[in-house]
Design a binder for this molecule. Structure first.
Ligand code: B12
Ligand code: SF4
Length: 536
């Protein structure tokens, strides 16, 4: 039997198995987003394989063959597509392609965007089911339902938690939420063997010259107990849950010893919520002699929970760089964004990091609600005072589901972008305005921030004397040229780039890192991500 007509069964340990296709849609960014395989899909692939399914991941960022060809060849029984906000249109496009080639194959969509706005995707004809929030358990139940109900997924009497779908009568039904996975140790490790690993870059290719590196990401905890009002984390479960240090160590050993990891990036939202756990993990890494492989806290850790002892132990365990979500240099704005952080706590964390020799990344946001010329100035000065290796200034982008999004709509703010594809912030264009926080001001201060931070004589000197600057020189110059001479928007160039920024990017040690950390701070580093592995 073929997909769409019935389900093909594979006798495997007495259970059925499906052919499962997981898709990461392409995103319209003039940057390289393949710094790490999609961890969400890697987890879904792993739980599917544990179920006995045959899984293929199709990452449109790295694939050469057209999706339609892959669909014809692989003949999946179920397709799962992931979507963050700027990706969602392409996710729908991919779903339409699936339906065009295999009309009866169920298409499931998940990820941050559809978790915030499930109605929108559930109502679309090419989408059968929306999965809200954490996906593994829901995905497994959906696969079981596909087997059971012979692919008639829309007609199933779903009692599956955490999904939204359009019922036969046209209503969009939102089933009750699914509780977050309590025991993260019960999850299998991400299925990296499903990815063409050689096609991904290093974690922070613009700063680290690790050409051809085998870089892997991990998540040692999920969720965040904080609720900063600009952060999309609020879409995901509030409850912070962590894997045990022993469980993390096992995966770490697997990555290093079996997969040859040359660097590891932790993608946790707030990895240091439980200081003791992180200290214990560091001790285990040291005792297991795994500390020779450098690792990076890609996302920001909480500055109020990072002291010299913790940072020192992390450093001894191989952590070479950590990011901190600073956001603003104005104490009032800090309160308003619900960050639960003081400027002095931030200062202390940077001091401690410097003392133990840990590189730092500071994430700052220009254009937070309430920001005006004075407060933005305070942010720029604070960044200069802290002087991290990389300062990343994001242009505030209100994402659906965040408090800022609600505020904006309740208080007469105005989004300046209409298309989900434009919910990115790499080009120095204001995404919204509200009150004193005008577009003109945000754009001016954002440019000023980069110029003033990176073109200081001390910074220029630091850049010129950093080994990586020269190791990365071809890439850095390539990126700077792309910024100085952008191609017109739409053809992969950098739209509306400011030539002055090109100069700054030369002094950015090849750019800023690949992290969003907590929310919106991907901002400008994206412009600096342009390296293509294997000349692709
Ligand atoms: C690593 C990362 C990146 C990497 C992505 C590398 C990659 N290939 O994955 C890089 C640096 C390139 C990146 C870029 C961007 N990112 Co990003 N990123 C992250 C980060 C820190 C970790 C992602 C991750 O691995 N999570 C862990 C896995 C397990 O979770 P997950 O992917 O969400 O998947 C789970 C569920 O969502 C669900 N699920 C997801 N997909 C599917 C599909 C199906 C079928 C099902 C059933 C379930 C399901 O199940 C999964 C398992 O539980 C998150 C923050 C976070 N905590 O997730 C931000 C985050 C996803 N990024 C965000 C943003 C805004 C961006 C950018 C748009 C920023 C920009 N430049 O303007 C760009 C977009 C680029 C792109 N290609 O899409 C926001 C998304 C907000 C939104 N509304 O979409 C987040 C949530 C950060 C935040 N707190 O605001 N990002
Ligand atoms: S910005 Fe960081 S601390 Fe704040 S909610 Fe997001 S992940 Fe948590």
């Amino acid at each position: 039997m073929e997909p769409g007509e019935g389900f093909r069964t594979f006798a495997r340990f007495g259970s059925y198995a499906l052919r499962v296709l997981l898709i990461n849609p392409r995103i319209r960014l003039p940057i390289d987003t393949r710094t790490t395989p999609h961890l969400g899909l890697a987890y879904l692939g792993a739980v599917s394989e544990r179920r006995g399914d045959t899984v293929r991941v199709f990452d449109l960022d790295v694939e050469d063959v057209p999706l339609a060809a892959a669909l014809r060849e692989f003949q999946p029984h179920i397709v799962g597509i992931t979507a963050n906000t700027p990706q969602v249109r392409n996710a729908w496009g991919a779903a339409q392609e699936v339906k065009a080639v295999l009309p009866h194959v169920p298409v499931v969509i998940g990820g941050p965007h559809v978790s915030a706005l499930p109605e929108e995707s559930a109502a679309r004809p090419e989408i059968d089911v929306v999965v809200r929030g954490e996906g593994e358990a829901t995905w497994l139940e959906l696969c079981a339902a596909v087997e059971r109900d012979n692919f008639e997924i829309r007609n199933s009497n779903f009692e599956i938690g955490g999904i939204s779908y359009q019922a036969a009568d046209g209503r969009v039904v939102h089933n009750p939420p699914r509780p977050p996975i309590a025991d993260l140790d019960s999850l299998p490790w991400p299925a990296y063997h499903l990815f063409q690993m050689e096609r991904y870059t290093s974690l922070q290719p613009a700063i680290d010259s690790v050409e051809g590196a085998r870089s892997f990401s991990m998540m040692t905890s999920r969720g965040c107990p904080y609720r900063c009002n600009f952060c999309s984390q609020s879409i995901m479960p509030e409850k912070w849950r962590a894997r045990s240090p022993q469980n993390v160590l096992q995966e770490w050993r697997h990555l290093v010893e079996d997969l040859g990891a040359q660097e590891i990036g932790l993608l946790d939202d707030s990895a240091n919520i439980q200081r003791r756990r992180l200290l214990e993990l560091c001790d285990l890494l040291i005792a297991a002699k795994l500390n020779h492989v450098p690792w990076i806290m890609v996302n920001g850790i909480r500055a109020n929970l990072a002291d010299e002892q913790l940072l020192g132990r992390m450093k001894a365990a191989g952590c070479k760089r950590t990011a901190f979500g600073v956001e603003t240099g104005d104490p009032e704005i800090m309160k308003r964004i619900n960050k639960h952080l003081t400027l002095d706590q931030v200062r202390a964390a940077f001091r401690a990091a410097r003392k133990v020799g840990m590189e730092t990344i500071g994430f700052f946001i220009i254009g937070l609600p309430g920001d005006n010329a004075r407060t933005m100035e305070a942010t720029i000065r604070f960044a200069i005072e802290l002087d991290p290796l990389i300062a990343n200034f994001s242009m505030m982008t209100p994402y659906p589901g965040t408090k800022v999004w609600e505020q904006l709509h309740a208080q007469g703010g105005r989004m300046l972008v209409q298309d989900w594809q434009d919910y990115v912030f790499f080009e120095g264009k204001a995404r919204y305005e509200m009150g004193e926080t005008t577009a003109e001001l945000q754009e001016r201060k954002w440019k000023e921030a980069y110029r003033r931070f990176y073109l200081r004589p001390s910074r220029v000197w630091r850049t010129l004397t950093r080994r990586e600057t020269w190791l990365n020189f071809p890439r850095t110059s390539r990126m700077a040229l792309r910024v100085i001479f952008p191609k017109p928007a739409g053809d992969g160039g950098l739209p509306n780039a400011d030539p002055k920024q090109g100069l700054c990017s030369l002094f950015l040690v090849g750019g800023s890192p690949n992290t969003i950390s907590s929310g919106m701070r991907l901002a400008n580093y994206n412009r600096l991500y342009s390296n293509r592995p294997n000349g692709l």
